[in-house]
Design a protein around this ligand. Structure first.
Ligand SMILES: [Zn+2]
Length: 271
């Protein structure tokens, strides 16, 4: 598929200010989103504008760039909110984009734990009104609410991943997923002579991969979790794995949601 993504605002016409600067964090989220989409083989244009000197120039430049591409499936505008509040909201021009907008919204709420403020219809936002392809405007939390701001600024990578997965409607396995597998997996999959050379990577592998592992997830991380829980390690996070995770969470006084996030991961793989 073909996508256009841009980060809102620029240094001449900065966005909202609070505990963090909107245009700066917008760009970090934008970069992560594009990277994950490209890793999944998608065509993505970065239509961020760094030169517009007024808000109108900035918006017009963005729309001009978006409309130069042919056959785009979707344009996505990344912003942060302000005005005192908390949570995530996604704006769309009309209900046609309910599916993809809802997925993005739910995904971001899930990885940040922030409130779902809902899907909003808006036919006056310049970008939503003027781009040829359908466009969505994502407000990734509030710059002037400390908890939102700190959380979002520290999670630009997982938010980008969540947006990319929402746009595609499927999980994105990163290419370097293999470098996060456990020592055991290295030992089994590498010829004897290279085993030693990979030791240095082993330290990294205990760290949380940076996104939620849950029903529908697949891959080496799922296998690792399954082995830790003594479930058949088929790499597919299904009903049985979920039940085992819930059980484990119950026994360890973790939030019982059947999802492996940073806390459950840390408990499972504590050194
Ligand atoms: Zn903005």
């Amino acid at each position: 598929m073909k996508f256009s993504i841009h980060a809102g605002h620029n240094s001449f016409v900065p966005g909202a200010r609070g505990y963090i600067s909107e245009e700066f964090v917008n760009r970090k989220i934008k970069v992560a989103t594009i990277r994950y989409l490209r890793a999944a083989g998608q065509t993505v244009y970065d239509d961020t504008d760094d030169y517009g000197r007024t808000q109108n120039e900035n918006l017009a430049a963005i729309v001009h760039k978006v409309n130069k591409h042919r056959d785009l499936d979707l344009a996505v505008s990344i912003h942060l909110n302000a005005g005192g509040g908390t949570g995530i909201e996604v704006y769309q021009y009309d209900e046609k984009t309910n599916g993809v907008a809802g997925r993005i919204l739910n995904n971001i709420c899930e990885v940040t734990g922030l409130t779902n403020r809902g899907l909003k219809k808006n036919q006056s936002f310049y970008v939503l009104r003027n781009t040829k392809p359908s466009a969505l405007l994502i407000e990734c939390g509030f710059v002037d609410t400390k908890t939102d701001a700190m959380l979002v600024a520290s999670k630009t990578e997982v938010i980008g991943h969540a947006i990319a997965e929402g746009m595609l409607g499927k999980n994105i396995q990163t290419r370097n997923a293999a470098s996060r597998t456990s020592t055991h997996e290295f030992d089994q999959s590498l010829p004897a002579e290279v085993k030693g050379t990979k030791r240095s990577v082993v330290k990294l592998v205990s760290s949380y991969p940076g996104y939620l592992i849950k029903r529908g997830s697949r891959g080496e991380e799922v296998k690792r979790i399954q082995r830790a829980l003594s479930v058949t390690a088929d790499g597919i996070f299904g009903v049985k794995t979920e039940a085992a995770v819930r059980n484990y969470q119950k026994r360890h006084q973790l939030t019982v949601d059947g999802v492996v996030g940073p806390k459950t991961w840390a408990q499972l793989f504590a050194a």
